[in-house]
Design a protein around this ligand. Structure first.
Ligand SMILES: Nc1nc(=O)c2c([nH]1)NC[C@@H]1CN(c3ccc(C(=O)N[C@@H](CCC(=O)O)C(=O)O)cc3)CN21
Ligand SMILES: O=c1ccn([C@H]2C[C@H](O)[C@@H](COP(=O)(O)O)O2)c(=O)[nH]1
Length: 311
């Protein structure tokens, strides 16, 4: 149906090939090793409900959607994700627990305890002040007298302020939010990868841009580009704008060396089709969306390709 030269996903496959064949090979933080390139950009249209889901392997878009809704809820504990059957954040708390206790616990048992025991979840399931905390409750400090400061009860809600700003000053060049809180990065289980989102209103359309400092092109990217598209669509709906395009900018874009099978299989495949993301309802605020409000249509991907995640 779609000529593969012009299919939106070709940008992704080209970048994958370039990094795999020409990337700088190094041992990274995880010890797995990557091939890496600094600086990349891709653009995708959201017009007509189109969504840049990868078609050369199945993407579990509901997992990515649940993760995005979890960020917006301000939650930083994996418990709610695990309760919803989302396992993509479990490995980091699990690793911390194993290292701290020496207990040789398997993932299923760890997740069971996170769900069953709220005390255990509070102690071992929290990722620190990651995305959700910074997005909707960026800490602020108020004078407490004698030159002292105390943390204000409520922080800044960057997302609520962004909705207001898009509505009030659509010509602004300051329509953004960021998870990169320099003072709090050391307390995060992982410093934010998809760290800064910026928006622009042009001709009645909302465009969204993401700067991602570090990108696991084989696994994380598919989720991150869906998340960017989803939040751009939600913001557009809340601000009575049409969806425009999304621009993705990568800092350190890499392929893990243990993703060789995935990379080679994916590069053999040809992208096809034009999936659409439908939002079935107009919730009264950006914080009132639920998973059932989203539907993906015309998505007929090739088979899933499993690949290990580097912790
Ligand atoms: N190395 C690494 N890559 C990442 O993409 C990543 C991290 N670490 N750390 C934090 C989060 C967690 N994210 C993840 C983690 C795992 C998958 C993953 O395993 N995806 C599989 C299966 C998904 C599922 O079974 O639900 C996939 O095929 O997409 C995706 C994103 C994105 N981030
Ligand atoms: O949303 C995400 C979250 C994480 N990643 C990847 C990028 C890297 O491979 C690791 C993070 O390691 P750092 O050493 O902190 O860069 O996780 C992603 O692609 N998308």
């Amino acid at each position: 149906m779609t000529d593969h030269i012009s299919h939106y996903e070709q940008q992704y496959l080209d970048l994958m090939r370039r990094i795999w064949t020409q990337g700088d090979e190094r041992i990274d933080r995880t010890g797995v090793g990557t091939r890496s390139l600094l600086g990349a950009m891709m653009r995708f249209s959201l017009a007509g409900d189109h969504v840049p889901l990868l078609t050369t392997k199945r993407i579990y878009w509901k997992v990515a959607a649940r993760e995005m809704l979890w960020f917006l809820s301000g939650d930083t504990n994996i418990r709610e994700l695990v309760r919803q059957g989302v396992h993509i954040w479990t490995d980091w708390p699990l690793d911390a627990y194993r290292k701290a206790t020496g207990e040789d616990i398997d993932r299923d048992t760890f997740e069971r305890r996170i769900i069953d025991d709220t005390g255990f979840a509070a102690r071992w399931g929290d990722l620190g002040p990651v995305y959700g905390a910074q997005w909707v409750n960026w800490p602020v400090y108020e004078p407490a007298g004698d030159g002292l400061y105390r943390r204000a009860e409520k922080g800044r809600n960057q997302i609520a302020e962004l909705v207001e700003s898009i509505r009030a000053t659509p010509g602004s060049r300051r329509l953004l939010f960021t998870g990169w809180n320099v003072a709090e990065v050391p307390r995060m289980a992982l410093p934010p990868c998809h760290m800064t989102y910026q928006f622009q209103v042009a001709d009645g359309r909302l465009n969204g841009l993401l700067f991602q400092r570090s990108c696991d092109l084989g696994l994380g990217f598919a989720f991150n580009i869906f998340g960017l598209s989803m939040i751009t669509r939600m913001l557009a709906q809340q601000c009575d704008l049409e969806p425009g395009e999304v621009v993705w900018q990568g800092g350190d874009v890499h392929l893990y060396l243990n993703h060789a099978d995935l990379v080679e299989e994916q590069l053999r495949r040809t992208p096809s089709g034009a999936p659409k993301l439908r939002i079935n309802r107009r919730p009264s605020s950006i914080f009132d969306y639920g998973i059932d409000d989203f539907e993906v249509l015309d998505y007929a991907p090739q088979s899933h390709i499993a690949a290990p995640v580097a912790v």
